[in-house]
Design a protein around this ligand. Structure first.
Ligand SMILES: Cc1cc2nc3c(=O)[nH]c(=O)nc-3n(C[C@H](O)[C@H](O)[C@H](O)COP(=O)(O)OP(=O)(O)OC[C@H]3O[C@@H](n4cnc5c(N)ncnc54)[C@H](O)[C@@H]3O)c2cc1C
Length: 445
């Protein structure tokens, strides 16, 4: 046996724990059925593919690879869905973070169309997996993108025209009156309704993917923070008590990996900004009470950079999210800050009891497109969906699986996108705080 390759990084295991995840105070955790625990990683293990992170990316890769007959194991610092996948807005949004008009200007119309088709394939994959594995996650379709300013409506109309050219006909313009018949708020001047976007219960979806992956033969280890990555011919993920060697390693740790182990993969750390964001859940308003504010079971998001988004729950609550802290820290007085934003949309809810509040990290890239690639021929990664990961992370995990098994076409379409580092090196925070002020200002104009 040769000497073991040098570890990429070794840290105190506790410092590798993703921040702010110890107690999951989300409505999702409160409303999800109990999930079976999985063991910690201990001792030496050997598989074909070792995956770091049990969010949509890692679980989707595990499902794909186990289905293709690979021996796969996923190592998760907390629990399945303990990162963004179990605590997000649950909004399934067509496309990527940048509008296709922007992508067409940057990359040409043909490439924008190819990216659109890839994103749509992600939507189909999500829909099929939920059906095939009978994942009970309240999947519903219907989404309104609400405008606060005329320039936002103009941009939405241009986007709809381009998507129409791509063959996407699910978009309908809503006047202010049409929108108000559904979203009972004076805040917006109109919207575009997308019948091909929607929402789901994100934690139940993550747990359903985990169940499917385990059913297909994948191993899952929880409460096992990876503290080191050993590169080499047989790369390995190392935890405090165990070591998982494989032919290939997939890094699917998203923002928590970058924030918890910034030195593990500096290339990722420089290109990913973990942005803290939060959500609240009101007390149940009752079906009639909810309908007084949101008359249909759709998801809504406004068109600001630092956006508000909301939807109802089956038990009649309003889930409301927003805020962005570019220094990656949980927003202070999260519940209070979100309540004030909620009251700007629905003034009559200004005093409603807030029963749950929670935060999570959104991983964003500079150009807001996902970041896929290789750190070494046998160490692949996918992250940075920039707020669109409910669909795109499931797709990216599948593309990682395809790449491991030698089908590179779809993986390469995303992996060849060039990603610029954020300015400011490791001390990027002051620049990022300035960026946050910049976006706030843009939203006000
Ligand atoms: C508040 C919020 C709202 C959002 N709303 C939406 C939305 O409405 N629609 C949408 O499309 N997207 C939304 N997103 C983004 C979306 O949730 C993510 O893009 C998606 O979940 C990413 O999935 P992932 O598997 O790549 O990452 P994650 O779900 O973050 O999974 C990564 C996993 O890796 C684990 N990990 C990290 N480091 C280590 C380590 N050292 N050892 C072992 N495990 C480790 C983490 O614990 C975590 O479980 C939102 C995100 C947040 C935070």
């Amino acid at each position: 046996m040769g000497t073991r390759p040098r570890r990429q990084t070794v840290m105190n295991p506790s410092s590798a724990l993703p921040s702010d995840l110890a107690a999951d105070t989300s409505w999702y955790a409160a409303s999800a059925p109990p999930a079976p625990p999985h063991p910690r990683l201990s001792g030496e293990h050997r598989v074909d593919v070792a995956i770091l992170g049990a969010g949509y990316t890692g679980l989707s890769a595990a499902l794909e690879l186990a289905g293709r007959g690979y021996r796969v194991a996923v190592v998760e610092a907390t629990r399945v869905g303990g990162g963004a996948s179990g605590r997000n807005g649950g909004q399934l949004i067509t496309g990527f973070n940048p509008p296709f008009t922007t992508l067409a200007a940057r990359h040409g119309v043909a490439e924008a169309r190819a990216l659109f088709e890839l994103a749509e394939a992600g939507k189909t994959l999500l829909r099929e997996r939920i059906a095939r594995h009978a994942i009970a996650c309240d999947l519903s379709w219907g989404f309104a993108s609400a405008a606060l300013k005329p320039r936002q409506l103009r941009a939405m109309a241009a986007e709809a025209a381009l998507l129409h050219r791509f063959g996407y006909d699910a978009l309908t313009p809503w006047s202010a009156a049409e929108l108000r018949a559904v979203v009972r708020s004076e805040r917006y001047i109109g919207a575009w309704y997308d019948a091909g976007s929607g929402h789901l219960h994100p934690l139940n979806y993550a747990r359903g993917l985990a169940r499917a992956a385990v059913g297909a033969g994948a191993l899952l280890f929880e409460r096992s923070p990876v503290v080191a990555l050993e590169p080499g011919k047989r790369p390995a993920l190392v935890t405090a008590d165990g070591r998982l060697a494989a032919d290939a390693v997939l890094l699917c740790g998203n923002a928590d990996l970058v924030q918890g182990l910034p030195r593990l993969a500096p290339r990722l750390t420089r290109r990913i900004m973990p942005v803290a964001s939060g959500m609240i859940a009101t007390a149940p308003l009752g079906p009639a009470g909810l309908a007084e504010h949101l008359a249909r079971n759709i998801a809504v998001a406004d068109a600001n950079h630092i956006l508000d988004y909301f939807r109802g729950t089956p038990d009649g609550r309003l889930l409301f999210g927003g805020l962005a802290r570019y220094d990656g820290r949980a927003p202070r007085d999260l519940a209070g800050a979100l309540r004030r934003r909620l009251a700007r949309v629905f003034p009559r809810l200004a005093a409603v009891p807030i029963e749950h509040h929670w935060s999570g990290l959104v991983a964003i890239t500079r150009d807001r497109l996902p970041y896929l690639g290789r750190l070494a021929p046998n160490i692949l990664f996918a992250l940075g969906y920039s707020g669109h990961g409910v669909i795109l992370a499931g797709l990216a995990g599948t593309l990682l699986g395809e790449a491991v098994s030698g089908t590179l076409e779809r993986f390469d379409r995303l992996a060849r996108l060039r990603h610029q580092p954020f300015p400011g090196g490791p001390l990027k925070t002051p620049i990022l705080v300035a960026a946050m002020l910049y976006y706030r200002l843009r939203d006000m104009l």
